[in-house]
Design a protein around this ligand. Structure first.
Ligand code: GRF
Length: 211
């Protein structure tokens, strides 16, 4: 069977992209990162991709008239890479409904909180401000409702009394770097089934469940 092709959408640093590439190189991704597409010129993530010989594309939202034009250009770039899976890894633009519909059930996002708590930005500061004792990250399917799609996987940690937003961000990022490749692998290996709001993820090697 052909190796699943993965298009990764990025806007910035690219550490989650690097974790995906690292997993692929270790034979632990179940797929191949075949394209990296950024909406930001100069994103470090583009350099990460280029360093590994992965095709990159820039779809600069500032050069496109409106959201529809951006979505259309982005869809063309993504489609050109013929992906089986689209992964948003630090992609900081909200996608329009047509784009989301096109990749429904095959587009994942990594978010730095335990959804459905703390959707949106600035999660680490908000967690600390609320005095929450547990925090984490989530991989979920992307739906039109931002940060609310069916949850595939989560990882958590206990907030320390001496945590600040930077220390929390660093500790959560380490969790993200394990969680995202594992979720992508499960998807690529056909072990992820969406059942309404719930997602069933079978263990590797587990026999297909009889229903
Ligand atoms: C990560 O914290 C991710 O959860 C969030 O944006 C950040 C991206 O970091 N969506 P990087 O670009 O992967 O280093």
């Amino acid at each position: 069977m052909a190796i699943p092709r993965i298009a990764v959408l990025v806007s910035g640093r690219g550490s989650n992209l690097a974790a995906l590439i690292d997993a692929e190189q270790r034979g632990a991704l179940g797929g191949a990162v075949s394209a990296v597409i950024s909406n930001k010129a100069g994103a470090t993530a583009l350099a990460v991709a280029a360093r590994h010989g992965i095709a990159t594309e820039l779809v600069d939202h500032r050069e496109l008239a409106d959201r529809d034009a951006f979505d259309a250009a982005l869809a063309a770039a993504v489609e050109a890479s013929e992906p089986d899976l689209v992964v948003l890894a630090g992609f900081m633009r909200i996608l329009g409904p047509a784009f989301v519909r096109r990749y429904e059930g095959r587009m994942l996002n990594i978010h730095p909180s335990l959804l459905p708590s703390y959707p949106g930005l600035d999660t680490h500061r908000r967690v600390l401000a609320d005095g929450a004792r547990v925090h984490g990250c989530t991989v979920h399917f992307v739906t039109a409702d931002v940060d609310h799609g069916p949850i595939v996987a989560q990882a958590s940690l206990e907030v320390r009394h001496d945590d600040d937003p930077a220390s929390l961000a660093a500790r959560i990022l380490a969790l993200e770097h394990a969680l995202l490749p594992a979720a992508v692998r499960a998807f690529c290996e056909g072990r992820v089934v969406i059942e309404g709001r719930q997602v069933r993820v079978r263990e590797p090697g587990a026999a297909a469940e009889l229903t």
